[in-house]
Design a protein around this ligand. Sequence first.
Ligand SMILES: NC(=O)c1ccc[n+]([C@@H]2O[C@H](COP(=O)([O-])OP(=O)(O)OC[C@H]3O[C@@H](n4cnc5c(N)ncnc54)[C@H](OP(=O)(O)O)[C@@H]3O)[C@@H](O)[C@H]2O)c1
Length: 398
Amino acid sequence: MRTFFGILITLLIIVGVALYVVTLPEPQPTSPPPPLSAEVLEKLPSDREGQVLIYGAYGFTGAGISRLAADYGITPVLAGRNEAKLKPLADALGYDYIVLSLENNHDNLVNVLKHFEIVLHIAGPYTFTAKPMLDAVVEAGTHYVDLTGENHVIQDELDRDQEFKNANIMVMPAVGYDVVPTDCLNVYVAEKIENPTNLMVVLNGNYTAAEGAEASRGTMKSGLEMLGRPLLMRENGEMVEVSSLKVIQREENGQTQTLVQIPWADMMTSYISTGIPNIEVFQIQQGEFPGWILRLAQSDFGRRILGWLIDKYLPEGPPPGAQEKRQTRIVSTVTNDAGDSASAAMITPEAYLLTFHSTLIVAKRVIDGHWEPGFQTVGKVYGPELALEVPGVSRSDL
Ligand SMILES: NC(=O)c1ccc[n+]([C@@H]2O[C@H](COP(=O)([O-])OP(=O)(O)OC[C@H]3O[C@@H](n4cnc5c(N)ncnc54)[C@H](OP(=O)(O)O)[C@@H]3O)[C@@H](O)[C@H]2O)c1
């Protein structure tokens, strides 16, 4: 994915910057939209029990979740800020929809959310979208799940734990590929030894495919928001700033592999789920990450350019067929001061396909009454077996 991303953006950067400077307006502060009419609100469910709102429904991932919702017995109302994108999807699936922006729109958000038991918040980067939705769910008393992998957003959510408890709602981040399979696997291995002190997770997102596992535009733009922030890793129970990512060489099946440390959300969520104070996540390297992207991503202006290029030139997500062909493999290993260790592996379907299922599995649990108030993690509330409910997921001890 990184190689593809790098080559494509290298080719397009010069023309892209020129076009950007010429055509892209500065973001303007938005004035509050008018209040939603009584007629619009009356069309929403009158009894919130069991009612699900999917916000960001027409994005790559939101659309995948919306298409699969009926398989889980869920009839959602679809939401997003752009009617031209929202209506065709809602019409095709036969669901109601509501056009709703996030910025400067608190009262309308609350008035809509009051009609729903849970919102699946699928609009990102969450750096920009999480706060207005969280402010609204607190007031509306609506449960909330999202797909953020942005650790600073998860920290912000954790910091609001008491507020969520007072509102008697559950706020659960990262119910997608990042982190449902890893968090569940981590809880599983953590239970195998006494007082685990170290957790190491290795992701192979490209287990069965020859070429890179492409990400959606939203995932790439969310990644940019992390690149522009201090690099934090979980050490001795704290998130501490490090200067660089660890790189490890290892032999597997007679081949040398390079593992690169990544700021995966497990460092936030599995710390809550397992209490393990040292957590490292690595992925098998699939190409060099271009240094100039890293440098450009350090400024707001640079991230705006990169984000614009992603929207303009990259495909919306992995190519057709990827979801059927690709699998990922995750290995989690725990160790303790006594020298004990335990490892287990998980095979999963392609990351986005898994995300569609895992989000709906969690949503179904919530509307069936299985939730806990406050900031929560998947592995803590639902335990290690939840990931195995996703079709195509298997787990083995190593
Ligand atoms: N945890 C995981 O494993 C996992 C898996 C998949 C996705 N994700 C995350 O989920 C998010 C969405 O991913 P995606 O693949 O669906 O990306 P996408 O195809 O780019 O869609 C992004 C969606 O968010 C909406 N959006 C963005 N900014 C918004 C704002 N300020 N106000 C309202 N709506 C806004 C977009 O609406 P417009 O088109 O109107 O801008 C669109 O509906 C990303 O943050 C991604 O990282 C995480």
